[in-house]
Write a protein that binds this ligand. Structure first.
Ligand SMILES: Cc1ncc(COP(=O)(O)O)c(C=O)c1O
Length: 412
């Protein structure tokens, strides 16, 4: 590891801020977006100050530098998730765009009437709505892997669907953004491979928090967002097997994605450029490369260990808060650092507001997971989510604020 945990906090000046009349900020909304270290902010500033030019287009020195920085970020990302080939890394705006790209560019050519796309009950809307659009357009149907009461997927429900023989894709998240449940990805991909069905993994909540190796996961598509892993907003990644990408038609048409354009037809550029139409988000891709460097220096094993410890600590302390229901697996080995909870009859927005008075930033709402909310039979939850810069002291502040809510509403 590069340095101690308290040194890491020095890299994030925002974490030393106060809010609400001088309360130290306790930032626990990392599942929504993470804070950015100086190294990322400085890299982006340096890019604009000293290297800015369009990439892949001109031969002058600045353009060469810009292109080199952009492409070097691709190498870093490829190494970070163990992609076999750098051309399998497509830069997109985020997880949402990556999944939509697959639904459009792959799904429209491969899913037809009567076919089935499978997802799960704990998906973010970005891994549900694109499949609704696709299956509705094609006369196909959308089916769900069901979840048990602890928030883990019941894979026998997948087996039943696969046995019917009409499944064209299984799309699921590696970690739930509400329950923190870590999916047994290899279990799903191996069953799907046996059935000849491709898989898409939504890695938005996984890549920032644990070592991900797309080759050993055995999936065909993998999507994630830069802003949830210390990178800037507006940049994310679609990884896909080269054999898949080669067979796919482009998603967007425009500059840079073509080889030749004639009046009535065009031919496509090589991978990955076939899928990167128009001027790319160069500065933010370069910033994402800096975030990868930063996480590699800490070590993803250390990130996971730290967050597992914080989560176990928080779950134990939260168990003693009167009137509090905590969702998701009890075992910290089966979950990441995302904890959703509710107080009986207290609206999650009221909880979040009381927490905010103590400087604690948590999220309340449906977390873009309304199918899951229906399954849990709630309209909303409150959610605290950790990252590598959070401390046990901050968990204590969270639990103190939760006790305050219990007192205000006379629970327990
Ligand atoms: C599991 C999961 N998938 C997808 C997304 C969408 O990510 P983005 O908004 O960066 O596209 C999120 C964001 O919260 C998420 O948590």
């Amino acid at each position: 590891m590069q340095s101690s945990w308290s040194d890491i906090r020095h890299d994030f000046p925002i974490l030393s801020r106060t809010v609400r009349d001088g309360r130290p900020l306790v930032y626990l909304d990392n599942a929504a977006t993470t804070q950015k270290p100086n190294q990322v902010v400085d890299t982006i500033t340096d890019y604009y100050r000293s290297h800015n030019a369009n990439a892949h287009r001109a031969v002058y020195a600045l353009a060469e530098e810009s292109t080199k920085m952009y492409e070097s970020a691709r190498d870093k990302v490829a190494g970070f998730i163990n992609a076999r080939d750098r051309s399998e890394i497509i830069f997109v705006r985020g997880t949402t765009e990556a999944i939509n790209m697959v639904a459009y560019a792959w799904g429209r050519a491969n899913v037809g009437k009567g076919d089935v796309v499978v997802t799960t009950e704990y998906e973010h809307h970005s891994n549900i709505v694109p499949w609704q659009l696709l299956t509705q357009e094609k006369g196909a149907s959308l089916r769900y892997i069901l979840m048990d009461d602890e928030g883990c997927l019941m894979l026998d429900t997948l087996d039943d669907i696969l046995d019917e023989g009409r499944t064209k894709l299984v799309a699921f998240s590696m970690m739930s953004n509400v329950l923190g449940t870590i999916t047994d990805v290899e279990q799903i991909t191996s069953r799907c491979r046996r059935a000849g069905v491709p898989t898409l993994v939504d890695g938005a909540q996984a890549v920032p928090h644990m070592r991900v190796d797309v080759e050993s996961l055995g999936c065909d598509f993998f999507a994630f967002s830069g802003h949830k892993m210390m990178g800037p907003t507006g940049v994310g990644v679609l990884w896909a097997r080269k054999s898949m990408l080669e067979k796919m038609r482009p998603f967007h048409g425009g500059g840079d994605m073509i080889r030749e354009v004639h009046k009535y037809e065009s031919t496509w550029n090589d991978l990955p450029y076939k899928f990167e139409a128009g001027t790319p988000n160069i500065a933010d891709v370069v910033g994402l490369g800096a975030a990868v460097d930063y996480l590699e220096r800490i070590g993803m094993g250390n990130v996971r260990r730290h967050e597992r410890e914080l989560t176990a600590y928080a779950l134990a302390k939260m168990a003693d808060v009167p009137g509090l229901t905590v969702y998701g697996p009890r075992d910290p080995d089966r979950r990441g650092g995302v904890i959703s909870f509710n107080f009986a009859d207290v609206h999650p927005h009221d909880v979040a507001q009381i927490m905010d008075e103590d400087g604690v930033a948590i999220r309340s709402g449906h977390h873009c997971a309304q199918v899951l909310m229906e399954r849990l039979d709630v309209a909303a939850t409150s959610r605290a989510s950790f990252y590598v810069y959070n401390t046990k002291g901050e968990v204590d502040v969270l639990v103190g604020a939760l006790r305050k809510v219990a007192e205000v509403f006379k629970l327990g």
